[in-house]
Design a protein around this ligand. Structure first.
Ligand SMILES: [Zn+2]
Length: 229
C-alpha cells in the first residue's frame, strides 16, 4: 500500500555531501525496514504538511496562517521547548493539529543509549500531555535512526514518522525555492512534506505552498489522518 521511495533518506546529512558507500547501504537497509512512515497512500490526492522543532516565538504566526488557509498539520515538538511553552502546546491541539514527539533536546537518537532515549521520549510525552491519536508518533531528530534506536522506538509502540519531500528550509532561506520544492509537480499524492518552525522564509512560503496544492486538487491533512486508511 505504501510506496517506498529510494530517493528519501534517513539522514539529510547523508545527501548534503557526497554519500559514502556506508551511508548508501544504511539508507537502503533502513528504507526497507517496517515501522518507518515516509509516504502515505497514493490513491487519493492527500498530502501532509509537517513542521519540526517548535514550539517557539513564531508558532502563533504559523498557526494563524494555517487557520486562514483552513488546513491542519502535524507538529513534531522538541520536549524542552514544549515544557517551557505549555500554552502553545495547548494551542496546537485547540486548533485541530496533531502534535508528536521530536525528542527532548534534539540529540540524535543514534547518540543516545537505550535508557537515555526512553527518558527523552517520556519527558517529551509529559510535555505534550500525551498524544491523542492512539499510538504515539515520533520523528527522530535529523531523521537519524539505527538498529538500536529503531528497536527501542518500535518496542515502545511508536509510529516512526519520516518524510518523502524535504523543503530543505533549514539551509535554503529562499522562499521561492521552498515553494517550488513543496508544490506540484514536485509533490504528489501521499507525500509527507518536511518543513520547520521558527523561520520567516518558511512562514512566507506556507500560503503559496497550500494555494498551489489546493489549485492542483490536493487536500492537506495531518500525518495521522494521511496514514489512517
Ligand atoms: Zn528537528
Amino acid at each position: 500500500m505504501r510506496e517506498l521511495r529510494l530517493r528519501a533518506t534517513i539522514s539529510p546529512m547523508a545527501v548534503s555531501t557526497t554519500p559514502s558507500v556506508r551511508a548508501l547501504v544504511k539508507n537502503v537497509v533502513f528504507q526497507r525496514l517496517p515501522g518507518c512512515l515516509r509516504r502515505g497512500p497514493t490513491t487519493t490526492k492527500r498530502v501532509a504538511l509537517t513542521f519540526d522543532d517548535g514550539p517557539d516565538d513564531y508558532t502563533e504566526r504559523y498557526l494563524d496562517v494555517l487557520d486562514d488557509l483552513g488546513v491542519p498539520a502535524t507538529f513534531f515538538l522538541i520536549g524542552e521547548y514544549a515544557t517551557a511553552r505549555p500554552e502553545l502546546v495547548r494551542e496546537y491541539l485547540r486548533r485541530g493539529h496533531q502534535v508528536a514527539n521530536h525528542g527532548y533536546d534534539h540529540t540524535r537518537f543514534t547518540k543516545l543509549g537505550r535508557r537515555a532515549l526512553l527518558d527523552q521520549l517520556a519527558k517529551t510525552e509529559d510535555a505534550l500531555g500525551g498524544q491523542l491519536s492512539g499510538r504515539p508518533w515520533v520523528r527522530p531528530p535529523h531523521g537519524s535512526v539505527d538498529a538500536t534506536s529503531l528497536v527501542s522506538l518500535l518496542a515502545s509502540g511508536y509510529t516512526i514518522a519520516l518524510w518523502s519531500v524535504d523543503a530543505c528550509d533549514y539551509d535554503d532561506h529562499d522562499t521561492a525555492s521552498i515553494v517550488e520544492r513543496c508544490s506540484p509537480p514536485n509533490v504528489d499524492s501521499g507525500d509527507v512534506l518536511l518543513l520547520h518552525e521558527g523561520q520567516q522564509w518558511t512562514l512566507d512560503a506556507l500560503p503559496r505552498i497550500v494555494t498551489a496544492l489546493h489549485a492542483s486538487g490536493y487536500e492537506c491533512v495531518t500525518m495521522h489522518d494521511l496514514f489512517a486508511e
